[in-house]
Structure formats: C-alpha cells, structure tokens
Design a protein around this ligand. Structure first.
Ligand code: GLC
Length: 755
C-alpha cells in the first residue's frame, strides 16, 4: 500500500490517465521510469485464448485446453471439479504469460434464445454464483486473476452494445446482481468487467450506482472494474462512474480528455488516483505469483474429460443405455465427426487436441461394428440424400446414435437464436432414422435449450452433451457404453416450446429498450408460478442407478442470524455406483411482498457405492431466507413459517419439512404520507396509532356509502388500499384538524416508536 501511494505521488496526470486505458488490445500501460510493469489479459471462461500479437483482437490464439463451456460445467453441480478446472486454466495462463483471465460469465439465462448461453451457468443466481466462486477461487489460487462478467444484465446478444435493460430494483438485486454479489463476496475476483448495455437508462460503463455504490461500497469490491471491449462511450463520465480501466487501448483522445478534465477540475484528482491505485494493486499482485512456463496437456485433457462426463445430462433412457457390447452401431450426424465442443466469439479456444465422437465410439465397439452417415452439414440447408443415406445406415444396425448440434450461424456470442428448433434437416433426420430404427439415441451438443417435443417420443434416449469441450467426445462415449454413470443435472430449464418461456412477451425489446416484465420469475421460478409443464425441469437428470432420500432433519424453529443445517440421507438403491445432486429449496409461506414458490438455496453432489447411504449436510443462512425489499432498500427477513424442500430436481421434491423463523431485524418505520391503510395496519407501530379510530373510521365510510354496500362496494375493501390521508379527506368535517396535519401527527407518533 505504501509503495503504491508513493508511486501515485510520483506519477504525472498523463501517466495516471494512461494507466486507466489499455496500451493495446490486451495489455495495460507500463511506466518504466517508475518500475510499473504492464499486465496481459486474455479470454476466457473455459480456456486461455492468448493471441501472440497484443494488438490483434481475433488472430488464432496459442494452443490451450478447451474445457467444457459454462453451461456444461454448471450441469456438473460439482464445485470441487470447477475449482480444479480453474487451477488448470491458471497453469496454462502462467505458461502463456497471461496475468488475468477474462471470465467467468455469470449473466442469468433469461431467455434460452441467448446466443451466449453456452458461456453462462444458469437461470438460477445461486447456482451461477457458486459456480463462479469455484472457478475464481481455482484460478486465483494459482496467482492468476479473473474478471467476473458482464456486470450487469447482459442477458441477450440482440443490440447488446446499446440495449437498455429496464429492471425493477428487487428483480435486479435478487436475480441479475445476485450471482455477482455471491462471487464478489465469497471469491474476491481481481477484476469485474462491466457490460456493454444500459441498465435503467445508464450505460454500465458509467453506472455510478452499479459500479461505485453497489459493487465497491456496498459489497466491498477491492479490485478493478474493467470495461468490456469497446463498452466505454465517455471516458471522463465512466471514470467518475467508477470504471477504472478502459479496454481496449490505446485511446489517445480519451487520455487527453481525462487529463483535461482533471486539470479543469471536472474530475477530482482523488477519483483518478483511486482508479490508479486499484490498477496498481492488481498489476503488482499479478507479478507476485510465478508459474511454470509449460503445462501438462494430457492431464488437463483428462480433467476436461472428467468435467464433461459430470456435466452431460441423461434426459431420457428407455432401457437402451448403456449400449450392449458388440452391438452394431450406426453413428449419424455431422457433429460426430466435427464435434460442437465450444461456442463462437471471444471465448473461442485453439484446442491442444479434440476428441472425435466417431473415433471414441469405434474404440469402444470396434471398427467393424460401426458405420457412419453425415446426416446434415454445418449449413442450414435441406438435403434429402443425406437423410436417405443415414436411414440406410440405421436400418442395418442394432442401434442408431444421432449426434446433433446447431450450425454456428445459429448460436454464438454476438447474436441470439431466432427460435429453439433444430434445423429442418435435423428434425427430418430424426423422424426418418427413428422410423426405421426404434433403437435410436440422440446426443445433443447445443449451448442451451432446444425444443425436443416434436420427436422426443420417437427416440429411446436423449443425452444433453452441451458444448462439452475438447475432451467431451470421450466423455460421451464413456457414458454411452457405461464406463461412466451419468450424474449431470440441468442448470437451465428446457421448455416444451418457446412461447412458454418467461421472457417471451418482453424479449428482445423494441426501440433499444427491453423490459424485464417477468420480474423475479425467471426459469423455474416462472414455470412454478404459472404451473407450466416443462420438457426437462431445472435440476433434472437421470442416472444408470437410482437414489432414495430419507431421514430429513430440520430444526422446528431457528433465527435468521443463526440459520439452520439441513440433514438428509441419500441411498444408492441401484446395483452400480453413482453420484447424486441433492437440491435444497426454500418456500416462504407468507411475506409482505410476493415471492417465488421456491428458490434454490443449497445443493451437494454425493458419490455413493451401490447400496451405500450417506448423510448430506447443507447449511442455510440469513440470505437463504431473506428477500430484497425496495422500500427498506435492503435484504429483509420476516418472522414466519418456511418449508425446506429437498429435491432430486425442482419438480421432484422428495422430502419436505416445516420450520419457523424468528427475524432478528427491527425494521424502521417507513410509513409516509402516501402509505395506504393496509400499510398502516400491517406496521405494528402504525396499527398502535390508528387502532383507536379504526372502527369509527370504517363506520363513517359505511355511512358515507349509504349503509351496507349501497353502491355495491364493500367498505373495507374499498378503503384498505387507499392512502390514509385520502380516506380522512372524505371525512374532513369530522376531524379535529386538517387531514394532512392529522396524518403528519400520526406519522410523528409512529416513527417516534422506533424500530
Ligand atoms: C467481448 C466479450 C467479453 C470479452 C471481451 C474481450 O466482446 O463481450 O466477454 O472478454 O470482449 O474479448
């Protein structure tokens, strides 16, 4: 700290401004005379994309392990595994002289159409946050920095550089900021990357409330805020808003603008110094750790395979998997030869090697047992001949494996999908192959949900393989042939159809504005509330074995500050070892504001031998029960009954236990001149003040309405949600003083009672 303060004191304004803008596409400025080195940053969330030329945005990067994408990693629900993925990525970053990796991305999957959904974890902020914590801790444990992105509400690619996300405060806090908050508080990422878009009218790159007030002051973020590449519109405004480092650089004109603004007194020197301090702290921290100048490609490839195997989700299996040894197999689909193992855009890795599904299946079955047909190409064109060829292959096999992946033109960073469908060629292929070969298995390598309703009943099994990384093919083969028992579960809902999705009406917005009209109700929160049947629910995934849950133990009462421990026994009731993901949801019986039916607040993945039982213990804390109350501008808990729901998926609740919470909060009185009668009587202090006149007031209203509901209205029903002052105005002649003065008098009494 002292060293940094000394350096800042020696720096000129020009040097300070230069440090706050990239020196190239991937490096920060060095100041040789003061011994300030430059650092190198590189994408991305599932591998190192280190270009040789620091000024080149998109040249082919150095070979690195392409780990499973976030959608796949999240489906492992395995925080230890994701931690290890981070460690391996950091080893590769060191070897390639990268100081900060630009990831993880934790934006919530508000719509399955999101082109970048492959690069994000979940529709649920708790799962997203916990996955990010694991990856950040893993990477930073090896002395390489991370960049938690894209802060905030970058939930669509459509117009991502200019779209204004209109989000109410509670939704913003509970859904779209929550994963960032968890990661910042629990993992302390070295940097946070601001998003391109606006939130409630302001660009994230200059959003003082998001960057300064919430991220830095309220959450205590001590690192630096870096812009997404090209996200800054006004460098002076962004500096004042709390954006420390603009990327990419250099930006000579903006540097001058900052210098002029400081010299003109438009920007307080302390604001510039604060950004410089944050940058210098990260620069010197990144030089502390040393790493090897090479990495073990094989062990990282095996780790990528292990992660993929745990992220692949078995969605359907009508006794066809694992495949029987010696079976004749028709492998069909372009992605069996050209695997769709990663997505397009900034996260795109130059892999050290790529496993090919067809090769791995041949390894298991033997060359003479396997035939191949392309089925479709990487273009979105219809070709009956390819279908006919595939049918021919399927007809003479014992089973057909259909490898399906959307063409890159359909899903990538930079653009969203138009629909959730596979291509016409692919659905035609499924229809034709399954008609001739009832023993058909579909392996999907999509980045996010696709509609399967048109054909799911025609196939015997379905594996969601995601964009599973360079070693994913081997993992898929391991699962198909039973070498590995699948254990992945959905981190995002697959809806029956696009029209069922929460954001269907509001997405993608118009006039460069998108309203998050569904509010808190994203993903399973929405499907629960609307009681909409889903194709594959959040948290769902099959295994080759079965599990039973028993002996749920939850204290009958608890306090919010002490939280509680959930204990539950899980037994592997099948004949082979397996891993089960136990999910804990919380249901609030009653709250002052509406709440989702249930919310994920804990999970654990447990490995069990056949017949084995283990007790799973999951801790719930204050925030497991709290919700954000915009009027109090804080997270609140309220006395009352809760259900603790333990499930194998969000729609498969195995055990439930009631418990009662006592809140430690003494919330301030927030009654004001606009408070309604309901709000007055709900607040104990308001009720105490009003109680003496309540009955009289209601009697007068009834009288005023000409006795019992003369105009067909229930008197209480009519006034309960009126402001007290308005109610009193109607009886002004009966009051001892003007209605507004009487309300002020009441307010003074209520507020005087304190919390
Ligand atoms: C891209 C992405 C961001 C990436 C950055 C650098 O536009 O939005 O995730 O880290 O630019 O490539």
């Amino acid at each position: 700290m002292e060293k940094i303060n000394t350096l800042i004191a020696k720096m000129t304004i020009e040097e300070k401004a230069a440090l706050c803008i990239g020196a190239s596409a991937w490096t920060t400025a060095s100041i040789d005379r003061l011994g300030i080195p430059s650092i190198f940053v590189a994408d991305g969330p599932h591998g190192v994309r280190r270009v040789k030329d620091e000024n080149d945005i998109a040249e082919e990067s150095l070979p690195a392990t392409c780990f499973p994408t976030a959608a796949c990693a999240a489906a492992t629900w395995n925080t230890d595994l994701v931690f290890r993925m981070g460690q391996a990525m950091a080893e590769e970053a060191h070897a390639q002289e990268v100081d900060i990796l630009l990831g993880p991305g934790v934006n919530i999957k508000r719509t399955p159409l999101g082109g970048r959904n492959f690069e994000y974890y979940s529709e649920d902020p708790f799962l997203s946050g916990k996955m990010a914590v694991s990856l950040i801790k893993g990477i930073q444990s090896r002395g390489v920095g991370t960049s938690l992105k894209h802060y905030a509400a970058n939930n669509q690619e459509f117009q991502r550089h200019v779209i204004n996300a209109k989000i109410d405060e509670r939704t913003l806090r509970e859904i779209y900021l929550r994963a960032f908050e968890i990661a910042v508080k629990e993992a302390k990422p070295w940097t946070v990357m601001c998003a391109y878009n606006k939130v409630n009218g302001e660009y994230c790159s200059e959003h003082h409330r998001l960057l300064q007030e919430i991220l830095k002051q309220e959450w205590g973020f001590e690192g630096l805020v870096v812009s997404d590449w090209g996200a800054v519109h006004d460098r002076v405004k962004s500096l004042k808003g709390g954006l420390d480092l603009e990327m990419p650089g250099p930006q000579e004109r903006r540097l001058k603008a900052v210098v002029n603004a400081v010299n003109a007194g438009e920007v307080a020197p302390g604001i510039l110094d604060e950004s410089v301090r944050r940058i210098l702290e990260i620069v010197f921290k990144s030089k502390e750790a040393a790493g090897a100048d090479s990495f073990d490609e094989n062990s990282h490839h095996q780790l990528a395979r292990e992660i993929a195997a745990e992220g692949i989700v078995l969605l359907k299996n009508e006794n066809i998997l694992p495949l029987k040894a010696g079976a004749k197999i028709a492998v069909i689909g372009n992605s069996a030869k050209e695997p769709n193992y990663q997505g397009g855009g900034s996260s795109h890795i130059n892999p050290t090697r790529v496993d090919i599904p067809l090769d791995d299946i041949i390894k298991h079955s033997g060359k003479n047992k396997v035939t191949f047909a392309q089925g479709y190409t990487n273009q979105d064109i219809f070709d009956q001949a390819l279908i006919d060829e595939a049918v021919g292959a399927a007809a003479f096999a014992d089973a057909a494996l259909l490898f399906l992946a959307l063409p890159p033109s359909k899903e990538s960073e930079g653009y969203d999908r138009e629909d959730l469908n596979l291509t016409l060629q692919q659905t035609g292929l499924i229809e034709a192959v399954s008609a001739i070969q009832p023993e058909t298995v579909v392996i999907l390598n999509s980045g996010s949900a696709v509609t399967v309703a048109p054909w799911i009943d025609k196939v015997k099994a379905l594996l969601q393989g995601w964009m599973m990384g360079q070693a994913g093919a081997g993992a898929i083969a391991d699962i198909l042939f039973g070498e590995i028992n699948p254990s992945g579960k959905m981190a995002e809902t697959f809806p029956v159809k696009l029209e069922d999705t929460p954001s269907y009406i509001n997405y993608p917005g118009e006039g460069k504005e998108v309203c998050y009209g569904e509010g808190l109700y994203v993903g399973y929160r929405y499907y629960d509330a609307k009681k909409i049947h889903t194709q594959f629910p959040f948290g769902f995934g099959l295994s080759y074995t079965t599990f039973e849950y028993s002996n749920l133990q939850v204290p009958e009462t608890f306090t919010d500050i002490n939280g509680l421990t959930v204990l539950v026994d899980v037994t592997n009731t099948g004949a082979i070892p397996g891993k089960e993901i136990v999910q804990v949801y919380v249901h609030d019986h009653e709250a002052s504001l509406k709440r989702p039916v249930k919310e994920l607040k804990g999970f654990a993945k447990v490995s069990l031998e056949a017949g084995e039982t283990k007790t799973v213990s999951i801790e719930l804390n204050f925030r497991s029960f709290a919700y954000y109350h915009p009027d109090y501008k804080s997270w609140v808990t309220e006395d009352g009954d809760f259900d603790i729901l333990v499930g194998a998926s969000s729609e498969d609740i195995r055990l439930k236990a009631a418990t009662n919470m006592t809140s430690s909060l003494k919330l301030p009185c927030i009654l004001d001149r606009e408070s309604t009668l309901r709000e007055w009587i709900t607040d104990p202090r308001g009720y105490a003040v009003l109680q003496p006149m309540l009955l009289e007031m209601q009697a007068r209203i009834q009288e005023m309405l000409g006795g019992e509901t003369s105009i067909g209205m229930d008197s209480l029903g009519m006034i309960i949600d009126m402001p007290l002052e308005s109610i009193l105005m109607f009886q002004q002649e009966l009051l001892p003083m003007p209605a507004d003065q009487l309300v002020d008098d009441f307010l003074q009494k209520a507020h005087a009672m304190g919390a």
